[in-house]
Design a protein around this ligand. Sequence first.
Ligand code: PLP
Length: 397
Amino acid sequence: MAISRKVKDALEDASWVRKMFEEGEELKQLYGEENVFDFSLGNPNLEPPSSLKKALKDLAEHPIIGMHRYMPNNGYSETRRVIAEYLKEESGLPFTEKHVIMTVGAAGGLNVALKTILDEGDEVIVPTPYFMEFKFYIDNCGGRIRLVETNEDFSLNIQEVEKGIGQKTKAVLINSPNNPTGVVYDQPSIEKLAELLKRKSRELGKTLYLITDEAYRRIVFDGTKLPISFQHYPHTIRVTSHSKDLSLPGERIGYIAVSPLCEDVDEFISAIVFANRTLGFVNAPALMQRLVAPLQRNSVNIRDYEEKRDLLYRSLTDFGYHVVKPQGAFYFFPKAPIEDDVAFVKELQSKRILTVPGRGFGKPGYFRISYAVEMRMIERSLPGFKEVAEKCGMNRQ
Ligand SMILES: Cc1ncc(COP(=O)(O)O)c(C=O)c1O
C-alpha cells in the first residue's frame, strides 16, 4: 500500500473513541438505537441557541453581497473585534481584534498554534490523561509529545511538569476543563505553572509557550471560576471553539487568542495567520463567523449538563465506582474496578453501555463516560452500571 508508514501506524493505533463508536453502531443495528446507551463520543446532544437559528434564517433570506467570498486569513474584523472586547473585559488586558484569529474549530486552532511555534524535534509537554488527538496534532507539526503525570485527582502536578521540561521543550499544552476527566485546573495551580514557565524560560534562555485548550471553558459547574491564564503568563495562547458551548461541532468554528503581552506579538500573529493559511484552512467558515459574533456571552443551558453530572455522580458513587467529581466539560473518568480497562469496557458493553477505555487517553485502568446525551438514556443505563459494579465486586460506599 502506498500510504505513509506514519499514517499506517497511526491507523493501527486507531482512536478508541472511534472504535467504540463503531462497535456501538453494530449494537444499535442489533438491538435498536433506543436500547444502546452510547456514552462513547463527546458529541453535544443539546441544540444551538434558537437565536442562532433565527440569524441563520435571516441571513439566508437577506443575504449580504460578498458574504461567500474570500476574506482576510484571520477572519472578519467585526467578529474578531467582538471577541477581543469580551477577552479584554474578562482579563483586563488590552486585547484588540488583531490578537484574535478565527479558526476551523479548536482542532484547527491547535494545529495552527503548534505549526507556528514548533521546529522539528521540539517537545510539547502534555499532562495525562489527555485528548489523544494532541499527539497527532503535535506530530503534524514536526514536534514530539512529552507526557507528564497528574495527581491522583487529575490536578496539575507541577513537579512532574518541571521534570518534563528540558532543552527541547517549546510549550506546555493544557486542557481545562479537561477531556477526559472533567477536572478544572484551579487558580493556584495555574499560578504555579506560570511561575515555573517564567523560571524555566529564564534558565533555558528561550520563550516557553503555554497553550491552553479551552474548548469547554463555558461548561463549568457549582459556580466554579476558571483562572485566566493570560493574567499569569505573557506567552499564553488560548485555543477554543464554539463546538461545545454553542453546540456547533459540525460547523467548525473557533479561534486563537494571543496574549497582547506576548513578546514580538505582531510578528507572532503574522506567523499564526500564515500557518492558518498554509495548513490549508485559509480562513474559518464565513457564515459561522457572522453567526457566532453576537453570541460571545451566550451558551447552551449549562444547567442541563450539571443535572446529568449530578445524577451520574450520585449513582456511580452509590454503586461503588471510584470517580473524581468533575467540575466541568461533560465527562466522567472513573477507575475501572478490574485492572484491564478494555475488558471492563467490554463488561459494560454486555449491558449495551458504550464507554471508552482509559488507554484511549493515555491512562489504562480507567474508562471515560461522555454524558452529553439525553437524560432518559442516562436513567435507563443506570441498572446496567449497577449490575456490572456488583459483578466486579464493588462495595457500596
Ligand atoms: C479537549 C478537546 N480539544 C479540542 C477538541 C476539538 O474541538 P473542535 O470540535 O472545536 O475542533 C475537542 C473535541 O472533542 C476536545 O475534547
